[in-house]
Write a protein that binds this ligand. Sequence first.
Ligand SMILES: Cc1cc2nc3c(=O)[nH]c(=O)nc-3n(C[C@H](O)[C@H](O)[C@H](O)COP(=O)(O)O)c2cc1C
Ligand SMILES: CCCCCCC(=O)C(=O)O
Length: 363
Amino acid sequence: MESDPVNVNEFQELARKILPKMNYDFFSRGAEDEYTLRENIQAFQRIMFRPRVLVDVSKIDMSTSLLGFKMTAPIMVAPTGLLQLAHPEGEVAVARAAAACNTLMVLSFSSNCTIEDVASSCDAIRFYQLYIYKQRDVCVKLVKRAERNGFKAIVLTVDTPRLGRREADMKNKFVIPKLSNLEGLLSVEIEPKGGSLEAFASATLSDSLNWKDIEWLRSITNLPILVKGILTAEDARKAVEAGVAGIIVSNHGARQLDYVPASISALEEVVRAVSGAVPIIVDGGFRRGTDIFKALALGANAVMIGRPVIYGLAAKGEYGVRQVIKMLQNELELTMALSGCPSLKDITRSHVQTENDRLRSML
Ligand SMILES: Cc1cc2nc3c(=O)[nH]c(=O)nc-3n(C[C@H](O)[C@H](O)[C@H](O)COP(=O)(O)O)c2cc1C
Ligand SMILES: CCCCCCC(=O)C(=O)O
């Protein structure tokens, strides 16, 4: 009998064994040479700790809030699409697990379960992830449905004017399944019906998307808007000027433009540019509590987890997702204790040493 996974990487191995290769590749692989995919993991290995000792860590408080919504720990669930390819309960199971772990979930526009099914499955706090579609009325309808169903914010993904080149999906002849949320919204010729992701994306997603669309989105909803997919100080400043409520530093799990830096490497320049004007969330490659601590030390308010949640779902359904989130919460708690940080506000920039710090100290 196989032993239970003791870390989230072991869930990936379970998922690999369970899932058909086409589905596992869709979830796990990245764009082109997958340089950024590897870098999203490896960049964490170049950040070292500077722990403090002789601090009373008998009580550790990881609790925090984002836009006024409370969480047990600054670890959220990232939007990932097509989750019934991992488990029949798909996004509903993930929502229930997020609620059980007292955290926030961002529901992907490309969910298999409908907005309504996810909303009625539990009373989790949820944000809704949106793309700007060629047919702007599709955005309006989806945003209104999210509002009606109690979603608390819109996460606008801005790094996908076109789909990245995912060569594993091309080789596998990956076919996009039905997207229940979009049923009846798109013209019949572009409903997903056995075509490639790329063909569907180029028929639906707007490649004229630009900063004015944020203004437009603000004109159709009063929900707070977060932008997902920012990697530079320049864009971070523009996003703040555009009135966003939060910034998500993300390279889309290395599925879009290859050879962009790991999200953790881009985080600090965004943090400096924003200087506290809005909360900053980061995702990409978080697999350990130590990774999460590093992002908090570099100035993130919270992190989001993508693939590990999918691997937990594939391996053990809702229970597996809960295990994954709890493992990361427990590992973060231990890292805080061993670094001498009883609460999140005790985590400072001086608790980590980056490659840049080491280079600067040699000058
Ligand atoms: C299978 C899969 C599907 C995804 N679907 C979406 C999506 O629909 N919308 C979106 O904004 N990001 C999507 N992402 C990107 C994630 O939100 C997130 O940025 C990324 O997965 C974080 O990296 P990680 O998987 O290493 O944790 C997807 C990622 C994966 C792996
Ligand atoms: C419009 C294309 C759907 C892509 C499905 C989600 C995904 O793979 C990603 O965003 O990455």
